[in-house]
Design a protein around this ligand. Structure first.
Ligand code: FAD
Length: 546
């Protein structure tokens, strides 16, 4: 197998919103910066289809008390995003949001509506509106162009599947070209992981239709799996996340809809609005994402997003934003099927949207492994988080690279030999399960044994099955071409994270949020301010409370 070598001061793994922001900043500070992207930076990642809300504090609009803004924001779904990250980081984040907004607007991502900063959605009537509306449909091409202008080298269609560490710090990363039979080896003085979230560990709402997920098929927690294997700590990987969207059509954008969530008897399911409110939406699912599932389980469903009674002007406003929120296919579907939102309520559902864990970092984006930074959805969901910490990590990683010595080539070569053997073994398998089969089996194990109910006995059994599946995959999983090889490596990463979910779930002997332990039904208040950390010690996963 051919091996290509690329050298960088700063390597950004993942060219999503966070990775591109980090790369732009480090390159303008003088570092030789390379972005390695599994897809294509102009449309890859969660930000690739567009976004329409940016969490942003503007003192002239919200008043001088930033903590009051934070308090209000934490009553919305943002609290799930920031859980366990601490107030220090939150303040750093919020304080920098407006600077990024002004910069993006200058770069050509429209951050104003009708010439003004405009806030709507994700809000309680009468409360602060914390999320700025912006037209993010084409944000990725703009960021890609900006990165190129700043001299960043973008390497598309390369999936990084392991980091190289010399035992003390990270010194590079190894990837495969997903189109050509080639290993791509990066020598780097510092590495930023902007690999996004994790979406294929649990089944989609329509298991037969694998790709029916609100995020992206290719977001498979690679960053956290690699970080863990290289020696960095993760936290709260056992916590699950949910989202809500149109039934059987998993999409983000619940807060872009204007309307009232009503049951089959036309009764609002929440106390917040009784008629469509353009500026607030209906925030009920942000208070309880599980509400649609609870209605279904109690035989009280279906529940609809109901826009009846809204004005044509409000409808046009909503239809203006939905494509910015990655919902173009949904609008096409409505048009093709004659669904008129002024007349036809849309049924909604709760669905899983992956593992809520994150790579452990401080407010500078540093992981517990020297030279390794993590940003964006590897920490917390949201564009503002990805941009602010992308920017900060770009600065920190550049500083680190300036004082780091040249990476030890011997360490890199040893790792390359190991990884080459792994990919050649997978490519050499002739009969065996394809990646999809392994992925489906993994999803079944996760949802049956580490899903809605988790007991010691279930977790123990699930871990046994998961390890069995891993061995079978290593022994026989086939990959007919470089693209399938990438998918197979993704599945191996997800198996690693699945294992950590089982081990951490066993350690969290309490019920909290969606981590339901019938054998430990209490929520332990002593753990309210703690996070469960998991890291590799002597080649084994070890947990501790911090
Ligand atoms: C439809 C939709 C609408 C949204 N709307 C909003 C909104 O309005 N407001 C908001 O705040 N948030 C929104 N979000 C969430 C927001 O898009 C994400 O939080 C944000 O994009 C995270 O940025 P990121 O850089 O961390 O990850 P991503 O943008 O997902 O980028 C990760 C990148 O890493 C690449 N990658 C992954 N693994 C590897 C690997 N092994 N090797 C190389 N490359 C790799 C991926 O291909 C991808 O390009 C929305 C998400 C979706 C899906």
């Amino acid at each position: 197998m051919e091996v290509e070598h690329i050298k960088a001061d700063v390597l950004c793994v993942g060219g999503g919103i966070g990775g591109l922001m980090a790369a732009i900043r480090s390159s303008e500070l003088g570092a030789k910066t390379v972005v390695a992207e599994k897809g294509n930076t102009s449309h890859s990642g969660k930000g690739g289809g567009g976004c329409d809300h940016y969490l942003c504090y503007i003192p002239d609009i919200h008043g001088p008390d930033m903590d009051a803004f934070i308090e209000e924001m934490l009553q919305t779904q943002q609290r799930h995003n920031f859980e366990g990250l601490g107030m220090k980081r939150m303040r750093v984040h919020i304080a920098r949001t407006f600077d990024i907004v002004k910069m993006w607007d200058r770069w050509g991502i429209p951050m104003k509506y009708n010439g003004e900063y405009h806030y709507a959605g994700h809000a309680f009537p009468g409360g602060f509106r914390c999320l700025l509306k912006y037209a993010g449909r084409w944000q990725k091409p703009v960021l890609t162009q900006k990165a190129l202008e700043k001299g960043v080298q973008i390497v598309n269609r390369v999936m990084i599947f392991d980091l190289v560490s010399d035992g003390e710090k990270v010194v590079g990363a190894i990837g495969i070209d997903t189109r050509d039979e080639k290993l791509v080896v990066f020598e780097a003085k510092s590495v930023i992981l902007g690999t996004g979230g994790m979406s294929r560990l649990y089944p989609s709402p329509t298991p037969g239709w694998f790709n029916n997920i609100a995020t992206r098929l290719s977001l498979t927690g690679d960053g956290r799996a690699m970080a863990y294997r290289a020696g960095a700590a993760l936290q709260n990987v056992e916590m699950r996340q949910q989202h809500a969207g149109p039934k059987y059509y998993a999409r983000f954008g619940q807060a872009t809809w204007i309307g009232v969530f009503r049951d089959a008897q036309d009764k609002p399911i929440g106390p917040f609005v009784t008629k469509p409110e353009r500026l607030y939406g209906d925030i009920t699912p942000e208070v309880n994402k599980n509400i649609f599932l609870e209605y279904a389980q109690k035989g009280r469903g279906p529940v609809f997003m109901d826009g009846r009674g809204m004005s044509k002007e409000d409808l046009d406003y909503m239809m203006h934003w939905l494509p910015h929120e990655g919902n173009t296919p949904l609008i096409d579907h409505m048009k093709e099927n004659g669904i008129d939102y002024l007349k036809h309520p849309i049924e909604f559902m709760t669905y899983d949207h992956g593992s809520g864990g994150r790579i452990r970092t401080n407010e500078r984006g540093e992981t517990t492994l020297a030279g390794l930074y993590a940003i964006g959805d590897e920490l917390a969901n949201g564009v503002s988080n990805a941009t602010v910490f992308g920017w900060i990590s770009g600065e920190q990683a550049t500083d680190f690279a300036k004082q780091a010595g040249t990476p030890d080539r011997k360490v890199i070569d040893e790792m390359v030999n190991d990884k080459k053997a792994l990919v050649e073994t997978i490519r050499g398998h002739i009969n065996g399960p394809a990646w999809k089969e392994v992925n489906v089996a993994l999803q079944q194990i996760m949802s049956d044994y580490a899903g809605p109910q988790r007991t010691e006995a279930l977790l123990d059994m699930g871990l046994f099955h998961l390890r069995r599946i891993r061995q079978k995959a290593l022994d026989g999983m086939i990959a007919g071409n470089p693209h399938e090889l990438g998918r197979a490596l993704e599945v191996l990463n997800m198996i690693d994270i699945g294992e950590l979910v089982f081990i951490s779930s066993m350690e969290r002997k309490e019920t909290r949020g969606l981590h339901i332990r019938p054998d430990y039904p209490l929520t332990n208040p002593r753990l309210n301010k703690k996070v469960l950390v998991i890291e590799k010690v002597d080649r084994k996963p070890v947990t501790k409370w911090c």
